[in-house]
Design a protein around this ligand. Structure first.
Ligand code: C2E
Length: 830
C-alpha cells in the first residue's frame, strides 16, 4: 500500500486515529526519505512536531535502514519496504519495554524487521485498512448530512472559530466569511460577501490571493499557501498560516475554494527556539553527544568531531563506550550511571580516547531528558577538552613540587617524601639517613662566570648525583647550591659513608663549561640519621644542615655526621649573630695594632689594625669567629667602615703626636671591595680624618680576586693611584691566579702564617715560603711573612731575602695606647 501525496490530506484523519490508538508516528517515508523530507512532514498535524528532534532522529534511522536495505537487496521492491519503514512506534506501545528495531536478512534473502516489529506492523496494517474503509464511509455520509445543514448554522459554526474562514466560488466571489475575517479586514460580512478580491484589495494582493486559490483548486487537496507576519486589530504582531482547500459539490466537482488562516505565533516561537537550540548545538565550542535512553548515540555536533576525531556517521547508533580510555574502572562508570539515573545529572572529569588513540581529559556534564510520563528519553552529554587546563595544572603542580632547573624534587616534595619514609621507618623500626650537600664556594662561580654557567653546573651536578644513587634514594635540590639526599632503610653508617664517597666522587671530574676553563668543585656534606639524631623531618634536615656547616668549617670538601654539640654550636652561632648587631650600636669594638718589622734594617714598617670585640657576657670574641659571620649576615660593610675610620683617626692622632709610622694597614673583606661605592667611602674617610693616603695600606685576600676580577683590578688601580698601598693577605692559601696577580697594582705579598709553621724544619713550608719570596721579588713586590714566632723563622726569612715580618716574636697586637707607650717599637720607614 503506497500513499500518494495527493492523498495525504485525505489520510490525515486516518493517521490521527492510528496515532491515538497505537501511539505511533506515521511518517510517509517514501516522500520524506526518497523525495522530499520536508513536504510530508509539514503535512502532519502539529502534535507530530512536539518533539521534532525525535522526529528528525527517526527520519535518520529510516534513512539508514532504507540505505541498508537498498544496498543488501538492490532488486527489492521498495514499495513493499515503504510501509514497513514509515512506521515509527513510540515507546508507550510496548509499555515502556525497550525495543530496538533491527533489520533481519531472512533465509530467502529478504530484508525484514525483527519479529516483534513485523507482527506489530501487520497489526497496524489491518487497522489502517479498517480505518480507511470506515473513513471513506464516514466521509460519504458526512457529505450527505452537510447538504441538510442550515446555512445559518454553517455561519454560526464558522463564526465560532478564531481562525479566519472564508469561502469563494470559482470566479473568486466571496460566498461566506466568519467574524474573525470581518475583524481582521475591518469590514462587515455584507461588505465582503458578493465581492471579489479585486474589489476588496489592491491589485497585487488580489492577484496573489487569486493565484493561491488556483493552486489549491489545481492540486485538489488542502494546500498551505502562505505563512506571513502581520498585525491584528490591536496592532499585535501575529503569524498567519493560510490553508486553502477545494470546495466540492455532491458530485465531487470543484465549485469553489475554502480558505482558513490561523495564528501560528506560538508555533513560530517554538520554531524560533528550536532554531536557536540547533544553532547552539551546532556552534557550541563544547562537544555535544545525544543518546537515546539506551545509550545509543543519536546525534553529535561539530565540536564532538573536532575533539574526538570521530565523524557523526561513524558514531551514530554506537554507544559512547567507544570513547573509553581504560583509565577508569567499572566502579567509576557504575557510580556515574547511578547518579545520572537517580539525580538526572552527572558532572565530572573523564579521560577518553580520541579516534587517533590519544587519551585526553574532559570535563563533562551528562543530563537526562525526560518525556511526559517522566521516563528518560535521552541523555545529553556536553563536554570540553581540558587537556590544556590539565597541562597547566600539571605545570603548576610541577612548579610547586619540583625544581624547574634540575627537575628534581624541591624542598616541599622532599619533606613530604621524607615524612612518608619516616612513617615507614617508624612502623618497621628501620633507620633512615639524610645527607645535606652544599657546594663549596659556589657563589664565586655565579659571580665570576655568570648565572647561566652556574645553572649549567647545577644541572650537571644534579645529573651526576642522580647516577650515583640507588633507585630508592631520594635526591632533591633545596635551592642555590644546596642538595639533599634521603637514604631510606639504611643498615648502618658504613652504607651512608659509601654513599657519601660516591656522591663526592662526582666532583673528581671537572665541570666543562662553555668559553671557560674546566671548573673544579668540591662540596661539604652533613649527615643526620633517624632515629639517632632526630625523629621528625624538620629536625633531621636541620641537623644534617648543622653537620654540613661543621664539615665546611673544618676546611670544606669534607663531610660530618651530626652530633648534639652541633646543635649547641648553632644555638651559639645564633646568639653571636644577635650580639653582633648590638656590638656596633653599643661601641663594643676596639682596634689593636700589630707592628710590621723591617727585616733588612732595624725598625718598623707600620702597623696592622686588627679588630677586637669585647662582649659584656660572651667576653672576648675572636675576629676569626665573628668576621666570617659578619660577612654572612651582611654586617661586614658597616664594621669595615668603622675599622677604616677608626684606624685612620688613630693614624692622624699618632702623626699629630709625633709618633711616626710608615703605613697603617686595614683588612678589607671581599664583600667590601665588591661594593660600587667602596672607593668613594675610602676617599670620604681619608678626607674626614685627614690621614694622607700614603699612610694607608689595604690588605685584601686572594679570594677577593675570584669575584669579578676585572672590576676589582680597576678598583685597586684607583686606590693605588690615590697613593694607597695594597697588599695581598694570606698569600698561597687560596685562588692564586698569577694571571690576575700580575695585572694587580699591588705592593706587598703577605705569606700566610700557616707556611711559617715549623720553619725551617718543615721542608714543604720552607720551600713554599722561599718560592713566594722569590716570586714576589720577581714581580717587583715586597714580601712580608706573618705569624713569625721564633728566631729561627726570622733567620730563615732574613736568609731568604724576605722584606718584612710580623708576629709574636716582635709584638702581639696591642691597643693604640700600648703601642704609643711601647718604646721598643721604633717606628720608621724602611
Ligand atoms: N698564632 C699567631 N697568630 C698571630 C701572630 N701574629 C699575628 N697573629 C694573628 O694573626 C692574624 C693576622 O691577621 P689576618 O691574617 O689578617 O687574619 C685576621 C683577619 O682576616 C680578620 N680580621 C681581623 N681584624 C679585621 C678587620 O678589621 N677587618 C677584617 N675584614 N678582617 C679582620 O680576622 C683574622 C684574625 O685576626 P686576629 O685574631 O686578630 O689574628 C691576627 C693576629 O692576631 C703570631 O705570631 N702567631
Amino acid at each position: 500500500m503506497i500513499i500518494e501525496p495527493q492523498q495525504i490530506a485525505l489520510w490525515q484523519p486516518v493517521v490521527d486515529k492510528i496515532y491515538e490508538r497505537f501511539g505511533v508516528v506515521c511518517v510517509l517515508s517514501r516522500y520524506c526519505v526518497f523525495q522530499s523530507q520536508a513536504t510530508p512532514l509539514t503535512e502532519l498535524p502539529a502534535k507530530y512536531f512536539e518533539d521534532p528532534l525525535q522526529l528528525t532522529i527517526h527520519s535518520n534511522h529510516i534513512k539508514s535502514y532504507c540505505e541498508a536495505a537498498i544496498e543488501s537487496q538492490p532488486n527489492h521492491d521498495l514499495a513493499e519496504l515503504d510501509f514497513q519503514l514509515l512506521v515509527m512506534p513510540s515507546k508507550q506501545i510496548f509499555g515502556g519495554i525497550s525495543w530496538q528495531p533491527t533489520l533481519v536478512l531472512t533465509e530467502e534473502q529478504r530484508v525484514e524487521f525483527n519479529h516483534e516489529l513485523t507482527s506489530f506492523i501487520e497489526d497496524i496494517k489491518g487497522y489502517i485498512c479498517q480505518q480507511y474503509n470506515e473513513f471513506i464511509a464516514d466521509e460519504t455520509s458526512a457529505r450527505v448530512q452537510l447538504e441538510d445543514i442550515d446555512p445559518i448554522s454553517v455561519q454560526s459554526f464558522i463564526d465560532a472559530h478564531e481562525e479566519h474562514v472564508w469561502v469563494k466560488d470559482l470566479n473568486g466571489v466571496y460566498l461566506a466569511c466568519n467574524r474573525s475575517v470581518e475583524k481582521a479586514w475591518n469590514m462587515s460580512n455584507s461588505d465582503i460577501v458578493g465581492k471579489t478580491d479585486e474589489q476588496l484589495f489592491d491589485t497585487r494582493t488580489a492577484q496573489m490571493f487569486h493565484e493561491t486559490d488556483q493552486k489549491a483548486i489545481l492540486r485538489g487537496v488542502r494546500t498551505s499557501v502562505s505563512e506571513c507576519e502581520s498585525f491584528d486589530a490591536f496592532r499585535n504582531k501575529v503569524w498567519l498560516e493560510t490553508y486553502k482547500a477545494p470546495l466540492r459539490d455532491k458530485q465531487g466537482q470543484t465549485i469553489g475554494v475554502i480558505g482558513v488562516s490561523r495564528n501560528i505565533a506560538k508555533h513560530k516561537e517554538a520554531e524560533e527556539q528550536l532554531l536557536l537550540a540547533a544553532s547552539v548545538f551546532r556552534n557550541a565550542v563544547e562537544g555535544v553527544v545525544i543518546t537515546d535512553h539506551l545509550g545509543n548515540i543519536t546525534d553529535t555536533n561539530e565540536s564532538f568531531t573536532r575533539i574526538t576525531g570521530y565523524n557523526k556517521d561513524e558514531v551514530l547508533g554506537q554507544n559512547p563506550r567507544i570513547l573509553r580510555s581504560g583509565r577508569h574502572d567499572e566502579q567509576f562508570y557504575k557510580k556515574m550511571w547511578n547518579t545520572l539515573i537517580v539525580q538526572g545529572k552527572w558532572h565530572g572529569e573523564i579521560w577518553n580516547r580520541r579516534k587517533n588513540g590519544s587519551i585526553f581529559p574532559q570535563a563533562i556534564t551528562i543530563s537526562a531528558v525526560y518525556g511526559d510520563n517522566n521516563e528518560i528519553r535521552y541523555f545529553v552529554a556536553v563536554f570540553a577538552d581540558i587537556s590544556d587546563q590539565k597541562q597547566t595544572e600539571e605545570k603548576l603542580k610541577n612548579l610547586a613540587y619540583f625544581d624547574p632547573l634540575t627537575q628534581l624534587p624541591n624542598r616541599m616534595q622532599f619533606l613530604s617524601s621524607l615524612e612518608q619514609e619516616l612513617n615507614h621507618a617508624r612502623r618497621n623500626q628501620t633507620k633512615l639517613a639524610v645527607i645535606f650537600i652544599d657546594v663549596d664556594f659556589f657563589k664565586n662561580i655565579n659571580d665570576s662566570l655568570g648565572h647561566i654557567i652556574g645553572d649549567e653546573i647545577i644541572i650537571e651536578l644534579g645529573r651526576r648525583f642522580t647516577y650515583t644513587l640507588a633507585q630508592d634514594d631520594v635526591l632533591a635540590r633545596l635551592g642555590g647550591d644546596e642538595f639533599v639526599v634521603m637514604l631510606p632503610n639504611v643498615s648502618g653508617t658504613d652504607y651512608v659513608s659509601s654513599t657519601i664517597n660516591r656522591l663526592r666522587s662526582v666532583f673528581e671530574k671537572p665541570f666543562l663549561v662553555a668559553q671557560s676553563e674546566p671548573v673544579r668543585l668540591s662540596a661539604s656534606m652533613g649527615v643526620s640519621i633517624y632515629p639517632n639524631d632526630a625523629d621528625d623531618h624538620d629536625s633531621l634536615l636541620l641537623n644534617a644542615d648543622s653537620a654540613m656547616h661543621r664539615a665546611k668549617s673544618d676546611g670544606r670538601n669534607n663531610f660530618a655526621f651530626y652530633n648534639e654539640s652541633m646543635t649547641k654550636a648553632s644555638v651559639e652561632q645564633l646568639k653571636l649573630q644577635n650580639a653582633l648587631h648590638q656590638a656596633l650600636v653599643e661601641f663594643q669594638f676596639e682596634l689593636h695594632y700589630q707592628p710590621k718589622i723591617c727585616l733588612k734594617q732595624t725598625g718598623s714598617l707600620g702597623l696592622e689594625a686588627l679588630i677586637r670585640w669585647h662582649h659584656p657576657q660572651l667576653g672576648q670574641v675572636s675576629p676569626a669567629d665573628f668576621i666570617p659571620l659578619a660577612e654572612e649576615i651582611g654586617l661586614i660593610w658597616d664594621i669595615g667602615l668603622w675599622v677604616l675610620n677608626e684606624a685612620c683617626t688613630q693614624g692622624v692622632r699618632w702623626l699629630n703626636s709625633g709618633f711616626s709610622f710608615d703605613r697603617i694597614s686595614v683588612n678589607v673583606a671581599s664583600l667590601q671591595l665588591q661594593r660600587a661605592d667602596f672607593v668613594d667611602e675610602v676617599m670620604k674617610v681619608l678626607l674626614n680624618t685627614g690621614l694622607p693616603a700614603k699612610h694607608l695600606e689595604l690588605e685584601i685576600t686572594e679570594s677577593c680576586m675570584m669575584n669579578h676580577p676585572e672590576e676589582i683590578i680597576n678598583v685597586l688601580k684607583t686606590l693605588g693611584n690615590m697613593g694607597i698601598a695594597i697588599s695581598i693577605d694570606d698569600f698561597g692559601t687560596g685562588y692564586s691566579s698569577l694571571n690576575y696577580l700580575k695585572k694587580l697594582p699591588i705592593d706587598i705579598l703577605k705569606i700566610d702564617q700557616s707556611f711559617m709553621r715549623d720553619i725551617p724544619d718543615d721542608g714543604n713550608n720552607a720551600a713554599i715560603a722561599k718560592a713566594i719570596i722569590a716570586m714576589g721579588h720577581a714581580m717587583n713586590l715586597k714580601v712580608i711573612a706573618e705569624g713569625v714566632e721564633t728566631k729561627q723563622q726570622a733567620e730563615f726569612l732574613i736568609a731568604n731575602g724576605c722584606d718584612y715580618a710580623q708576629g709574636y716574636l716582635y709584638s702581639k697586637p696591642k691597643s693604640a695606647d700600648d703601642i704609643t707607650h711601647d718604646s721598643s717599637i721604633g717606628v720608621r720607614g724602611c
